[in-house]
Design a binder for this molecule. Structure first.
Ligand code: SF4
Length: 327
């Protein structure tokens, strides 16, 4: 079920984050003068607003720039160019209000720590709560994600994959954030557990007024959760709009191919079935004109020009496509 069927779209919500023409280019190798031999062009001009209370789905194939976007939002890397504008005035405020849930709870949880310490890691790092209050905070958050408080002294290997992901979610919640970046939150889980985790995330969003940035290559998961969707290809957003518009009436040829490859199931979908239809080209040398031109079944005259993300004729306000045929 689409999230937009469950709650009103937060069209009027203020932007909690805005990205302005953000680029991330990684240097690769060095010549004898110490200069980069080449650059990996991971993000190539991202313009995006995230509204308070929404779930923004970011979808695309591996290598399209989704993970770089997650790292950028977590402050782990800096943009090469462009600007991120948060509502927060200090870096400390941003770091306690923006948390992340990673794909694989097996590797994201420290195996040497008991669960209560894992859950309160953000508070230890930010020194934002007294040490004697940590256990009580861990117990409260654990109960909200369905982990029994008598298990707080246990270690990650004593839990199932689904329980570990609940612990990872509890860790993200412990600093009472506004925004959680969900980086492929169910892709390492058994299909039978995926729906439980997605439903837990939806319940938490309602009860805690959270904003989610859901990064996934799994279109079915995005369809289930997202209010709005950004489709990425080669470090650019090629289509942006409400989940209903983008996923039911895709306008960009790449979005159309992506969706054709995904069976229209409910929540759970086999990862192999949900994989994307094409292989991304390398990002060392970017194509000229439309980045999708070499593989686009609708390429025509005009496609050799660079394409901007523009409003769509006859669509709702906010719908944007990077293709001159649609815009
Ligand atoms: Fe295809 Fe041309 Fe549109 Fe690019 S601009 S997506 S090549 S039709």
């Amino acid at each position: 079920m689409n999230r937009s069927a469950l709650k009103p779209l937060p069209d009027q919500s203020p932007a909690i984050l805005a990205l302005h023409d953000v680029r991330v280019h990684y240097p690769m190798g060095k010549d004898w003068l110490g200069r980069p031999k080449a650059f990996a062009h991971a993000l190539n001009g991202i313009d995006l607003q995230v509204r308070a209370g929404e779930t923004l789905g970011v979808v695309g194939e591996s290598g399209c720039g989704k993970s770089t976007l997650a790292q950028l939002l977590m402050g782990l890397i800096k943009p090469t160019a462009g600007r991120l504008a948060w509502v927060y005035s200090t870096e400390q405020e941003r770091s306690s209000n923006v948390q992340i849930v990673f794909q694989d709870p097996q590797s994201s949880l420290d195996p040497r720590l008991p669960v209560w310490k894992i859950i309160t890691e953000p508070l230890f790092v930010q020194r934002s709560a007294p040490r004697q209050a940590m256990r009580a905070i861990a117990a409260k958050v654990a109960s909200q994600v369905g982990i029994r408080t008598e298990y707080l002294e246990r270690f990650p290997h004593q839990f199932s994959g689904g329980q570990r992901q609940r612990i990872a979610i509890a860790r993200a919640l412990s600093s009472d954030p506004d925004i959680i970046v969900l980086d492929e939150p169910t892709s390492a889980l058994d299909i039978s557990v995926q729906a439980q985790i997605l439903n837990l995330l939806a319940d938490l969003q309602r009860s805690r007024d959270l904003t989610y940035i859901l990064i996934s290559h799994n279109v079915s998961v995005v369809r289930h959760m997202a209010d709005r969707v950004a489709v990425m290809y080669l470090g650019q957003i090629v289509e942006l709009g409400t989940a209903a518009e983008v996923l039911e009436r895709p306008r960009h040829p790449y979005t159309q191919l992506l969706l054709e490859a995904v069976p229209r199931l409910g929540v759970a979908v086999d990862e192999a079935q949900a994989s994307a239809p094409t292989e991304l080209p390398g990002n060392r040398t970017l194509p000229t004109g439309c980045f999708f031109r070499d593989r686009c079944p609708k390429a025509t005259a005009g496609c050799e020009q660079p394409q901007a993300l523009l409003p769509v004729r006859g669509a709702a306000e906010g719908e944007r496509v990077r293709c001159h045929l649609a815009s």
